[in-house]
Design a protein around this ligand. Structure first.
Ligand SMILES: Cc1cc2nc3c(=O)[nH]c(=O)nc-3n(C[C@H](O)[C@H](O)[C@H](O)COP(=O)(O)OP(=O)(O)OC[C@H]3O[C@@H](n4cnc5c(N)ncnc54)[C@H](O)[C@@H]3O)c2cc1C
Length: 538
């Protein structure tokens, strides 16, 4: 079942999964396909695609708390979640050129001065640094290649056939023949078979995930809307809070109105606003450079609003995003400032607007929460006044999230197709990577169970003796034989028989679970039994 693993998306989730597999001597083939480039060829502006995906060109902040970065504990429980996140952080350190520089900030106290207006979520963050991510990417990639992982770059998977277990993508074929004029190139379609598929296409593949969900009528979990703006201001206004918590998370909740707001993904020191493109529209995010030659003394963070109770939140968010675009570009508003530049010195792509009418209309009454948030920040950080700007919109498309088996992150109807990372329910590097590791553990477990019973040394020993003609050694001779059967004084034969029965039962259950399609109840029962058998000491 797990011999050939195809991973669509060389992002944080896919790469962590592959690493866990090769680290544990996975005995099958691993192929990773990505529409971006390998870490040696990937350009700085290719923010979302290529080796390590969006995580590879991110701010490199590894959040270290189960309440941050999307869903993990709901699948794994708290303890397992922390263990899986530790593995991700270890991987980033392992391939880091200067692992000692990876530091964890762990703020502990909520400062008094923000309390009247905001709550502050405090949690540990490991800081890898954007600049080091490139080197980490190269080291990590070289390791996987050295372990036999195959990569197919600059190739966009266009279709996946879950029934026939095939992945489809176009490829340029080349013909170099003396009989033909020049070198000929043409597109043809490749088909790649898999036994196990890991689908980790991140945010850049959200369209593709949706397409598949619709085609296969995959059941989904409903999600709230998450939308807002990216706020930017000189760092000095926030320094008092940054000293307490580098990546501070201010939050507030309006329980009765089904609305909560939080500041999200704070970048400081050398902080730049980044454009994201989803569904052809612009939205904004941010990242920070570690190299102090890029220092601009700016701070940026998302002000994200979670709104519950909106029918079809995905369509609602998409419509809102498309309404706050001008000439296919997002918007910038500030009472006093101009849009900033990127780390490459270009202007951040945004159309400046003089008032917020178009924004208020698009947000359908919800913009007032963001307005209040900014007004209250002015009270808490008194020097801020009008020295700020907002890039509109920032959005987290949380839908559609396919319903998966919590033990394996596999689709309910296709249990060899595992969704991981932002394509499932993650919203950050640590959780995405942890989900990849979780799936890899399941694949390794399957591999162990699949090891053919002939490989069992006890069975080998038995087979060696069973057909041997006599005379036997004293140990195996007639004194131990009663009526043609061994006198099983220490019950070893019964133990052996019991072990064989268990192996047979496990193999039957695995087969049934694999073939089983629609009956969730039977599958649950079988899975429980299989888990129990796997946990029993042989
Ligand atoms: C600018 C920016 C800064 C960020 N900063 C942070 C941060 O500091 N800390 C944090 O925790 N999170 C951060 N994030 C979020 C984080 O990067 C993501 O949550 C994480 O990378 C998701 O991992 P993933 O493996 O699910 O997807 P990704 O890392 O996005 O990888 C998906 C991969 O799939 C490939 N792909 C997509 N569709 C296809 C297809 N059809 N065929 C082939 N390949 C395909 C893409 O090329 C990409 O390489 C940031 C995101 C951005 C954009």
């Amino acid at each position: 079942m797990s011999k050939k693993v195809v991973i669509v998306g060389a992002g944080v989730a896919g790469v962590n999964a592959a690493t866990k597999l090769v680290d544990n001597n996975f005995n099958g083939e691993i192929i990773i396909i990505d529409m971006g480039k390998n870490p040696y060829d990937r350009l700085p502006e290719e923010v979302m695609t290529g080796f390590l995906g969006a995580g590879g060109w991110s701010d490199g902040k590894l959040t270290y708390h189960t309440a941050i970065g999307g869903h993990l504990t709901k699948y794994t429980g708290d303890e397992k979640a922390m263990e899986l996140m530790d593995q991700v952080i270890e991987n980033f350190k392992r391939f880091h050129p200067k692992p000692d520089e990876v530091q964890c900030s762990n703020p502990v106290a909520e400062p008094e001065f923000i309390k009247p207006y905001f709550g502050l979520r405090l949690f540990p963050v490991w800081h890898v640094g954007t600049d080091y991510l490139h080197e980490i990417g190269k080291n990590w990639y070289d390791y996987l290649v050295s372990k036999g992982v195959k990569f197919i770059w600059e190739t966009k998977v266009e279709d996946i056939d879950f029934e026939n277990q095939t992945v489809h993508y176009p490829q340029i074929a080349e013909m170099d023949s003396a009989e033909l004029p020049g070198d000929l190139k043409w597109m043809h379609h490749e088909t790649l078979e898999y036994d196990t598929l890991i689908f980790g296409v991140g945010k850049s593949g959200i369209d593709f995930g949706k397409q598949l969900a619709e085609r296969y009528k995959l059941p989904t979990e409903s999600k709230p809307v998450q939308i807002g703006v990216r706020f930017e201001a000189p760092q000095k206004h926030f320094q008092k809070l940054i000293d307490v918590s580098y990546d501070f998370k201010l939050y507030r909740k309006f329980e009765d109105e089904g609305v909560s707001l939080r500041s999200f993904c704070t970048n400081n020191n050398a902080a730049y606003v980044a454009v994201e493109e989803t569904y052809g529209d612009h939205s904004y995010n941010g990242h920070a450079k570690k190299d102090m030659s890029y220092r601009n003394d700016m701070t940026n963070f998302g002000i994200l609003m979670e709104v519950r109770g909106i029918d079809n939140p995905f369509t609602w968010s998409r419509e809102l995003v498309s309404k706050v675009q001008k000439d296919s570009t997002g918007l910038f508003y500030s009472p006093t400032r101009k849009p900033s530049t990127t780390s490459e010195g270009d202007n951040v792509s945004a159309i400046k607007i003089d008032d917020l009418e178009i924004v208020k209309e698009a947000f359908q009454g919800y913009y007032k929460y963001i307005e209040d948030f900014i007004n209250d920040m002015k009270k808490v950080f008194p020097t801020l006044e009008d020295d700020w700007g907002i890039y509109i919109p920032e959005v987290k498309y949380l839908s559609p999230e396919p319903l998966v088996d919590y033990d394996t992150l596999a689709l309910i109807d296709y249990n060899n197709v595992h969704f991981v990372g932002d394509a499932l329910s993650a919203r950050g590097i640590t959780v995405s990577g942890a989900q990849g590791n979780y799936v890899a553990e399941w694949i390794l477990q399957c591999m162990e169970d699949e090891l053919s019973w002939e490989d069992d040394p006890e069975i080998q020993d038995f087979l060696e003796h069973v057909d041997k003609p006599g005379p036997w050694s004293e140990e195996d001779d007639k004194i131990h034989t009663v009526g043609g059967l061994t006198n099983d004084k220490d019950k070893s034969f019964m133990k052996f028989q019991d072990k064989m029965d268990k192996k047979e039962r496990k193999s039957y259950l695995e087969g049934e679970i694999y073939n089983e399609r629609n009956d969730g109840y039977v599958k649950e029962g079988m899975k429980k039994e299989l888990k129990k058998l796997n946990n029993e000491k042989s």
